[in-house]
Design a protein around this ligand. Structure first.
Ligand SMILES: Nc1nc2c(ncn2[C@@H]2O[C@H](COP(=O)(O)OP(=O)(O)OP(=O)(O)O)[C@@H](O)[C@H]2O)c(=O)[nH]1
Ligand SMILES: [Mg+2]
Length: 330
């Protein structure tokens, strides 16, 4: 076998492994969505108002979001007219292409890095969405790319939060900078930035609390943490990643709007996609917010974090339908 053939095979295997992760992580959404869509496409013989109405309901029930659903249906009507499609059975590739188009855009998916030395990522989001877990997984991901990583235990409020990050630190072999519970998170960040600089670490991942006595305290605290980091490393934080829990559906969308306005969020991480049949929320978020989805969480283990890829997402969403078609073709 030639070198190029081996290279091609190995790239193909890797791509299939990643797509496989998306397919497994999205199986709940995909099976709910696909069974309804294929039922609709095969049961109805005509593309009429009733057909569109039913498709609209299916998309809304997958949490695609009313605004985005209306836009999709509008685009679909146009394609049906232009391509003179008459049978619902022919619509699946058209629908997946339209969804893909909504989600594709120019924004860079890779995380911004420092040009000179230390890169700092700050994680924000309400309690329980998966910030600490995402930091652990991302530490593993970055290490596997050969980067040296350190973590800062900035959640000094919730009982057990520091220990939880330390468990991740041990699991992935990364040092955690911490102070005692109840300490000022800005002071923890100051320590962590200095430790990371002293040890020539490539990336510092900063955890924060999800809940304080009230919301305005939380925003004030995040601002203070942000300012301390910026004072120590002027072009940092290089990313402020807002973590959202996909199982909360439309709620995730409103949290993104709230945080996005206040805390200089530069990108999103959408967790727990494996735990919901409403993964359509990704489509709504992609379409309705200007913020890029950088990573998605597809499980609780350390390698269950994937860089987001619209094409693989849509492919995984329709994967069971394609499987059904293949079976039908045989
Ligand atoms: N199934 C699944 N579970 C996840 C995922 N990400 C996080 N979790 C789980 O969600 C729960 C909450 O995660 P944490 O990382 O503690 O969330 P947090 O945002 O740090 O929460 P606070 O520290 O309370 O603000 C944990 O039980 C995680 O294992 C995911 O992608 N899939
Ligand atoms: Mg946490």
């Amino acid at each position: 076998m030639s070198f190029f053939q081996r290279l091609k095979d190995s790239i193909k295997q890797k791509t299939e492994a990643i797509t496989g992760k998306f397919v497994a992580g999205l199986s709940k959404t995909s099976s709910a969505f696909v069974s309804q869509v294929s039922d609709l496409f095969s049961r109805r013989k005509k593309i009429d108002e009733d057909f569109y109405e039913e498709l609209e309901e299916i998309l809304i029930s997958a949490d695609v979001g009313v605004h985005t659903v209306l836009q999709l249906i509008e685009d679909l009507r146009k394609e049906v007219r232009v391509q003179r499609i008459e049978e619902p059975a022919k619509l699946q590739p058209v629908l997946s292409e339209l969804i893909m188009k909504l989600m594709r855009n120019e924004q860079s998916l890779s995380l911004k890095q420092s040009d000179s030395g230390l890169t700092i990522y700050l994680f924000v989001g309400v309690n329980g969405v998966g910030k600490t877990t995402t930091i652990g997984k991302l530490a593993h991901y970055l290490k596997s790319q050969g980067k040296s990583v350190m973590m800062a235990a900035g959640d000094t409020f919730r009982a057990g939060a520091i220990e939880q990050l330390e468990v991740w630190g041990e699991r992935v072999g990364v040092e955690v900078i911490k102070q005692q519970s109840g300490a000022d998170p800005a002071a923890v960040m100051y320590d962590a930035v200095h430790a990371a600089k002293n040890r020539n670490v490539d990336v510092l991942l900063c955890d924060t609390a999800g809940r304080l006595q009230n919301k305005s305290n939380l925003m004030d605290e995040l601002n203070k943490v942000f300012r301390v980091i910026q004072r120590e490393v002027p072009d940092a934080p290089h990313e402020v990643l807002l973590v959202l829990d996909a199982t909360t559906g439309q709620n995730a969308l409103s949290q993104a709007k709230l945080f996005g306005e206040k805390s200089g969020v530069s990108g999103l991480v959408l967790t727990k996609l494996d735990g919901t049949a409403k993964g359509g929320i990704v489509i709504a978020i992609r379409n309705e917010l200007k913020l890029p989805v950088k990573f998605v969480g597809l499980g609780e283990k350390m390698d269950d974090l994937q860089p987001f890829d619209a094409e693989q997402f849509v492919h995984a969403l329709f994967s069971q339908m394609n499987d059904e078609d293949e079976v039908a073709d045989k």
